[in-house]
Ligand binder design. Structure first.
Ligand code: C5P
Length: 234
């Protein structure tokens, strides 16, 4: 097995510049498990750019965060599966019918496609949740939504490092846990508030670690990715 088959690290290519994304993707490819393209990339560069990232031959996670009526989300899910992404996500708060529609539509194009639920955005604290009519604390809401995602046939959820253990306990083994907010020891945490190191997040039970700037903004992204890979083996 090569390092990249076993690595849980997916590099977030958060840029509206395709050449930059391809340069970083090629540099880190030997050291990571996959690449993530998000809303900035998808909106600025479109489907052809996603195909170019898929052609780098690493699994691609499309961080689409779909949230609409079931019929519309089903159409978008077929479209993202047809581009060759291996994982994409939708908001669990869109409800069971929307999640089932997404999973079924994606599977009709690629039976192996993983559909992941976004629980509570880490930018939303208890006060923000209350302002939109959601009375329970963020942690309770994350667990409620993770259980609903599992019951609705999704393959896993996105949650913050602090919630990995809670979700693992609530949803059991085999349910994918994807976490951003991961920072190598001693690195700049930037705007991420609650962080764990890659090794801590993996130990807590995360399956996929989404890491952006600690790799993409490093002077040598390949070296940064290799160092993270080494820290996970230690
Ligand atoms: O650069 P950094 O490592 O903070 O990037 C983290 C990635 O994970 C970004 O693409 C960001 O959009 C994404 N993300 C996040 N927090 C969430 C959901 C996604 O940081 N709650």
């Amino acid at each position: 097995m090569t390092a990249r088959d076993s690595s849980p690290v997916y590099v977030a290519l958060d840029t509206p510049n395709l050449s930059e994304a391809l340069r970083i993707g090629r540099a880190v490819a030997p050291h990571v498990g996959g690449l993530k393209v998000g809303l900035e990339f998808l909106t600025a560069l479109g489907p052809d750019a996603v195909r170019e990232i898929v052609a780098l031959d690493l699994p691609v996670f499309a961080d689409t965060k779909f949230h609409d009526i079931p019929n519309t989300v089903a159409g978008a899910s077929r479209a993202i599966a047809a581009l060759g992404a291996k994982i994409f996500n939708i908001h669990v708060s869109g409800g069971e019918a929307m999640m089932r529609a997404a999973k079924e539509a994606a599977a009709s194009v690629d039976p192996a496609m993983k559909v992941i639920g976004v629980t509570v955005l880490t930018s939303m604290d208890d006060g923000v949740l209350e302002s939109v009519g959601q009375k329970s604390p963020a942690r309770d809401q994350v667990v409620r939504l993770a259980k609903l995602a599992k019951a609705s046939g999704l393959d896993g959820v996105v949650c913050s490092p602090q919630e990995i253990a809670l979700v693992r306990e609530a949803c059991g083994p085999g349910f994918l846990i994807v976490t951003p907010g991961v920072r190598p020891a001693g690195s700049d945490i930037a705007d991420q508030k609650r962080v764990m190191t890659p090794a801590e997040a993996a130990r807590a039970g995360a399956d996929i670690l989404v890491i952006g700037r600690p790799i993409t903004a490093a002077a040598d992204p390949a070296r940064a990715a290799a160092d993270i890979a080494a820290s996970l083996k230690a």
